[in-house]
Design a protein around this ligand. Structure first.
Ligand code: DAH
Length: 331
């Protein structure tokens, strides 16, 4: 047997016996490292005669290939053994570590549900900023400068004259300024008023606004769509009533009351939204033809409907982020 073949066999035996990466590396260095005993034959070749050289060269090559392959294979085995040892030390019969699964805030759930129903009814989602110019909050909505809502006592003004929107009706104006009729949009978000925080008021609250403008839109459309929405939200048994009211930006203006045995308060009527037929002055402010188009709009109080739907006694519970409260609304 040629000494190279002997070296090769020795190496293969040592590789077989190696039990970890470190000893494998030692074997590699011993035989195939720069001055490894197989590698040395590369140098030695130069001293050989012409006839011998190709024969030895071939053996050298074969030895290298065989040893390298064995090293790779054994390395893979060692890795797999290590892995299964690690797995063996895990007791799969032990109970796992439970992860707390969060859920959406109840107000967020109402917001999502509202959007879901209205988008199914063909409304697109519109947006506007919480910090607004007076134009969007009041002037364009036919609300004169001496209207009480514009009072410093009622509204948060910024030093530059802008304000925190007092309702989401601002988005109606933004939507109409950006596109001609027909328009069919909803907007959901925060509104702000200078109210003391108590069981039924919060200086920041939320609304779902809606607007539909086209030719021949009537109060019947308004009633039909809002009734449908309320029954989707509160259940088919819900009674819906519209009572006359006043808003500067609608004529006629109405308030929406709901009543259902399934809801808090039982047979009591509860006001959940304001609505009406868009006032011609609002159309004029955005450049819509008030002779040609009519439309309706509404604003629903998200806290109001959440209080009803979830039977919550105090609006402040929504803002305190007490897990004992929030955990009651899995989603
Ligand atoms: N913006 C009114 C409020 O905050 C609610 C409202 C009433 C919105 C009538 C409307 C509407 O779009 O047409 O009390």
């Amino acid at each position: 047997m040629h000494p190279l073949e002997q070296l090769r066999d020795e190496a293969l035996l040592e590789i077989e016996a190696a039990s970890d990466e470190k000893s494998l590396e030692a074997v590699r260095v011993k035989y195939l490292g720069k001055s490894g005993s197989i590698s040395e034959w590369g140098e030695r070749m130069k001293t050989l005669g012409k006839d011998e050289r190709p024969v030895v060269g071939k053996s050298l090559n074969q030895a290298r290939i065989a040893v390298n392959a064995a090293l790779d294979q054994r390395a893979e085995e060692v890795r797999a053994e290590k892995e299964s040892d690690a797995l063996a030390s895990i007791d799969i019969s032990l109970p796992g570590t439970p992860h707390e699964i969060g859920s959406l805030h109840p107000l967020h759930q109402m917001h999502e549900r509202g959007i879901q129903i209205f988008t199914r009814m063909g409304f697109a989602l519109a947006e506007g900023p919480d910090i607004e110019a007076e134009w969007y909050c009041f002037d364009a909505l036919n609300t004169p400068p001496d209207h009480p809502a514009r009072n410093e006592q009622d509204t948060f003004y910024l030093p530059d004259g802008r304000l925190l929107r007092t309702h989401t009706s601002t988005v109606q104006i933004r939507a109409m300024e950006s596109a001609p009729p027909p328009i069919r949009v909803i907007a959901s978000g925060a509104a702000y008023r200078r109210d003391e925080l108590d069981a039924t008021h919060s200086p920041q609250f939320h609304q779902i606004e809606g607007l539909y403008v086209d030719e021949n839109v009537s109060v019947a459309d308004l009633k039909g769509e809002l009734e449908f929405f309320m029954r989707e939200l509160f259940g088919a048994e819900t009674d819906v009533e519209f009572r006359p009211h006043f808003f500067p930006f609608t004529e006629p203006s109405l308030e929406v009351y709901v009543r259902s045995k399934a809801l808090k308060g039982g047979e009591q009527w509860i006001e959940v939204a304001g609505c009406g037929m868009v006032h011609p002055a609002v159309f004029e402010a955005v450049g819509y033809d008030a002779e040609k188009y009519t439309g309706f709009a509404w604003g629903i109080g998200i806290e109001r409907v959440a209080i009803l739907r979830y039977q919550v006694e105090d609006i402040r519970l929504f803002y305190e982020n007490d897990l004992r409260f929030l955990e009651q609304f899995p989603y």
